[in-house]
Design a protein around this ligand. Structure first.
Ligand code: TYM
Length: 375
């Protein structure tokens, strides 16, 4: 199996069990799920289907974060987005889950937009374009329903006065040989990129600095971002802060199938949050990799394979109802449900999701100001 996973490149079919071992993260076990369920019940909430279906699959020190929360100590959440284009359905996964965690823990969320990162890492991307994406992405993030009083946007170049003095403290403790080993940098890598991970480290302790108290931090993200936080976790105790905890998801695959890593805009085969119903329908019908058989007769006789069928795999992420999902699985396996019919179910689900998002996004512009961190 050939897999490459860094914050900037994900290639190949991913063996998550192997990756969990390689990265040294822990699988979310039954005990942790029970603890989370207990907390959820107290809030009249349920365990999110991203947890029960092993979409959020791994963590670092989630137990520590839950201990702090249960002791009644103040905790906070931190996540982010690198604004290099439009937000797509893959990015929606950690966003939906972060909203759930904000409700669950009633916690402040610090949300970083790494405009500097995208400028530094994307060869042909100019800063004015990145700034435009940043503004557009902020509206999308707001549309996920975060609490304006408890959500604080940090934009790296805008909040440089807050971030830079802290980033240099992190940077001073990281050597070039460490970032070469962790991120695969070479002598040809530009020096801004080499420094960058220290910027992504800062929001994991900035609230502690601002409030002058130690607080546990939980970072929801997809597993590609783990290398940043592996480095961050080594440094933060040396600066007098707790190691941040993290909770990590696997990737929503692109339309071309699970053998091709994650959904990513640069590879094509993605669906954007702004896509209209017709575009969604065309993309899914044309590109969604099918686990169906070659002919109708064969399909009716032998059934399809939902495990490799992108439409089914996407429903695992986007259809929260376990019973409905199981019925689709069984009907597809038995050959009762055809590939075209399965695609139609997915198209309706995604279009409904996007319709609601796009309506909320229209109202986000007015709220934008109140989300930007002010100190
Ligand atoms: P970015 O913009 O590449 O991705 C934003 C978030 O989406 C996750 N992600 C996915 N999740 C599921 N399926 C996919 N196909 C998929 N593609 C991307 C990413 O893992 C990430 O959680 N450097 C970061 C921005 C950042 C950040 C953070 C992210 C700054 N601070 C803290 C997470 C946590 C970036 O470029 O993310």
């Amino acid at each position: 199996m050939n897999q490459t996973i860094t914050p900037w490149e994900v290639k190949g079919e991913i063996d998550y069990n192997k990756l969990i071992k390689e990265f040294g993260v822990s699988k979310i076990d039954k005990k942790l799920l029970e603890r989370l369920e207990k907390i959820a019940k107290k809030k009249n909430m349920k365990l999110h289907h991203f947890l029960t279906r092993e979409i959020f699959i791994a963590h670092r020190d989630l137990d520590f974060f839950l201990n702090e929360y249960e002791k009644g100590n103040k905790v906070f959440l931190y996540t982010g987005r690198g604004p290099s284009g439009e937000i797509h359905l893959g990015h929606a996964i950690p966003l939906m889950f972060t909203k759930y965690l904000q409700d669950l823990f009633d916690a402040d969320l610090y949300f970083q937009f790494t405009d500097d990162e995208k400028f530094l890492f994307k060869k042909d991307l100019e800063m004015d374009k990145v700034s435009e994406y940043t503004k557009q992405n902020m509206l999308d993030v707001i549309a996920f329903g975060f609490d304006p009083k408890k959500t604080h946007f940090i934009i790296d170049t805008v909040h440089a006065n807050l971030l830079y003095p802290e980033a240099i403290k992190v940077a001073k403790k990281i050597t070039f040989s460490t970032v070469k080993a962790v991120f695969g940098f070479t002598n040809e890598t530009n020096i801004g990129s080499i420094f960058f991970t220290s910027m992504q480290a800062v929001p994991a302790f900035l609230p502690c600095k601002l409030k002058n108290r130690k607080m546990a931090c939980l970072i929801p993200h997809a597993i590609d971002q783990d290398p940043h936080f592996r480095v961050t976790r080594d440094i933060l105790p040396k600066l007098g802060y707790y190691k941040p905890s993290s909770i990590q998801c696997r990737f929503l695959p692109g339309l071309q199938g699970i053998k091709n890593g994650k959904m990513s805009s640069s590879e094509g085969f993605s669906i954007n949050m702004s896509d209209d119903p017709k575009t969604v329908k065309n993309k899914i019908n044309k590109y969604a990799f099918s686990g169906g058989k070659a002919t109708l007769e064969e399909h009716r006789k032998h059934g399809g394979n939902p495990d490799i069928d992108v439409s089914y795999q996407w429903l695992v992420f986007f259809e929260p109802d376990d019973k409905k999902l199981k019925k689709v699985y069984d009907d597809y396996r038995s050959g009762k449900l055809l590939s075209g019919e399965l695609k139609a179910i997915l198209i309706e689900k995604i279009n409904q999701f996007l319709k609601e998002h796009q309506e909320k996004r229209k109202r986000a512009e007015k709220q934008l100001d109140s989300f930007v961190l002010r100190v």
